[in-house]
Every structure is written in structure tokens, then in C-alpha cells.
Design a binder for this molecule. Structure first.
Ligand code: GDP
Length: 288
């Protein structure tokens, strides 16, 4: 998967400027792929400015709880960082966020020393959902299409707490090919009809390897011996999805499968764990 970091430099500049007026950086990542959905630039910038970071693994409601727990432990050692698993769709989770930020910047949080928070993250990780939830009203457009979020704003949550120039949109850094596939599967980067199939095959392979039971349960057939391509073909066959001329409608089945993963109906799934990522990096390095 190829992509072009068009606005990377201006996004970096803007974030660096805003960070000067920020006490706590709230970095939002997707709990199902916390490494692939992070942008190392956020960590670089906030360390350079010596700002603490609340790292929120969002969408924990549809991620694999065991994998999420492993990621929280993995991040626990990072200086100046507090990592928590949340769902922005749960009011009880959102209600804790300002308190966590206060712990990270204990000298702030009064009307004359407002606690200033900046939300950052890649497209579709939940930045707008978080803004709206914190503000208790609609201040940002939420959409499943990548990059719906638009202009920068400054918003008062209460007299002691403000959201600065949010949200800071960062493009993911696609360091390894599998990052691109994981991000496309999770709708953080856009795809087109040509690669939707490829993304679905990738996701199929991964899910068959780690969550075969959930896949079998969702689609109601035996998945043993299937690979990603076989799985998508089987879904098309079972649903009798054919194109004109009678061939299987692979594209339709691929899109249905991707949608099932994105909405969480297959079950609680994570695409990477600290261990799988370490292994992937090792293999990638060995083959260079
Ligand atoms: P942004 O591009 O970072 O601003 O992301 P959005 O706030 O627009 O959210 C992207 C998609 O993720 C939307 O469809 C949201 O409804 C969905 N979403 C956000 N938070 C959660 C969550 O905690 N759980 C689940 N399941 N979906 C979420």
C-alpha cells in the first residue's frame, strides 16, 4: 500500500506550535493496533517539549482484552506516559480522562492556571468522538470515512480545563507493509476497490491464524484449512454472491468481511500484540 504524506510537514509544524501551549498531550490510538496506529512524531514532539502524555487505547470495547492488557503493560515503562484502555463510547470511561490528565500535570487545573490538553492521533482513531464526549455537545464531525475532522479550535470544558487547538491530525507512519494493511482494514487510511480485496485477504489470514473460532462462529462454516482468499470465496459462495456471468462476487464478500471486522461483529479482535509486533520487526529486519 502506497500513501503520500502530503500534509505531514504542516501538521508537524502546527503540532509543535500548539504543544507550547499544552500541558498534557492526549494521544489516541486504536486499541486493536496500538503500534501501527501511532505516529512516532507525536512521541518525539512531546518529549522534545517535555510534555507528559496520556496514551489512550480507544475502541477497547471491540479489541481483544488480553492483547489490550499486554499493550498497557508494554507502555507502562515509558517515562512521562500514562497508558489506559478506554472506549469513547462509554461515558464512564470519558469521565475519567480529565482526572488522568490532572495527575500528569498536577500544577495545573485552576481558573488562573488552566489545564490545557491537546488531542492528537491518526485519522479515524476517535478524536472527534472524544472531543464531543468531553464537551458534551457536538463540536466535531464524526465519521467512519478517514479525515472527516476539519478545522482547529480552542474549547473550554470548564473554567479550569481547556482543549487546545484540537484535534491534531497526524498521518500514520507506515513503517512495514503489514502496517498499511492493518490500517486499511481498520479504516484509518482510505482504500480503493482494487486493494479492498487484498486487505480482506490479509485480514482473513490474520484472523484465521488467531481467531479461527470466532470466524467459524460468525460465518457458520468450518474454516480449517482455509486461507484468507479461501475464506472470502467461501463467504461469497455461502451467500450466493455472484457477478453477471456467474463468477463469485469476491469484492462484495471482501467488503462485507471488512465491515464485519470494523464494526466488531466477528468478536473482540486485535491485529497485533507486543509479541507479534516484535516478531514481525525481527522478520522484516532479517529479510532486508
Ligand atoms: P477521528 O477521525 O479520529 O476524529 O475519529 P472519529 O471520532 O470520527 O471516529 C471514527 C469512527 O470510530 C467512528 O465511526 C466512531 O463512531 C468510531 N469510534 C470512536 N470511538 C469508538 C469506541 O470507543 N468504540 C467503537 N467501537 N467505535 C468508536
Amino acid at each position: 500500500i502506497q500513501w503520500f504524506p502530503g500534509h505531514m510537514n504542516s501538521a508537524r509544524k502546527k503540532a509543535a506550535e500548539n504543544m507550547e501551549f499544552t500541558d498534557v498531550v492526549i494521544e489516541v490510538v486504536d486499541a486493536r493496533l496500538p503500534a501501527a496506529s501511532s505516529n512516532p512524531m507525536i512521541e518525539e514532539l512531546r518529549k522534545f517539549r517535555q510534555r507528559p502524555c496520556l496514551k489512550l487505547l480507544n475502541k477497547a470495547d471491540i479489541a481483544d482484552p488480553k492483547a489490550t492488557q499486554a499493550w498497557i503493560e508494554h507502555f507502562a515503562g515509558t517515562p512521562g506516559m500514562k497508558a489506559m484502555a478506554v472506549s469513547f463510547k462509554k461515558a464512564s470511561d470519558v469521565a475519567k480522562i480529565v482526572g488522568w490528565c490532572r495527575q500528569l500535570a498536577p500544577h495545573r487545573g485552576s481558573p488562573d492556571k488552566q489545564l490545557r490538553m491537546m488531542i492528537m492521533g491518526i485519522p479515524n482513531c476517535g478524536k472527534s468522538t472524544l472531543m464531543n464526549a468531553l464537551m458534551k455537545r457536538k463540536v466535531a464531525a464524526v465519521g467512519d470515512e478517514p479525515a472527516v475532522t476539519k478545522s482547529a479550535q480552542r474549547l473550554e470544558i470548564n473554567s479550569s480545563t481547556v482543549l487546545i487547538d484540537t484535534p491534531g491530525l497526524m498521518w500514520p507512519k507506515i513503517e512495514f507493509p503489514s502496517d498499511g494493511y492493518m490500517l486499511a482494514a481498520s479504516h484509518a487510511i482510505g482504500t480503493n476497490a482494487v486493494i479492498d480485496d487484498e486487505v480482506a485477504f490479509f485480514l482473513g489470514n490474520l484472523l484465521l491464524e488467531r481467531y479461527a473460532g470466532l470466524v467459524a462462529q460468525r460465518y457458520g462454516f468450518d474454516v480449517s484449512g482455509l486461507d484468507g482468499v479461501g475464506l472470502i470465496e467461501r463467504i461469497a459462495t455461502r451467500r450466493a454472491w455472484r457477478v453477471k456471468g456467474g463468477e463469485l462476487d469476491i469484492e462484495k464478500a471482501a467488503l462485507a468481511f471488512l465491515k464485519d471486522y470494523r464494526t466488531g461483529v466477528i468478536g473482540r479482535i486485535s491485529l497485533e500484540t507486543p509479541a507479534s509486533r516484535a516478531q514481525m520487526i525481527e522478520i522484516a529486519r532479517a529479510t532486508v
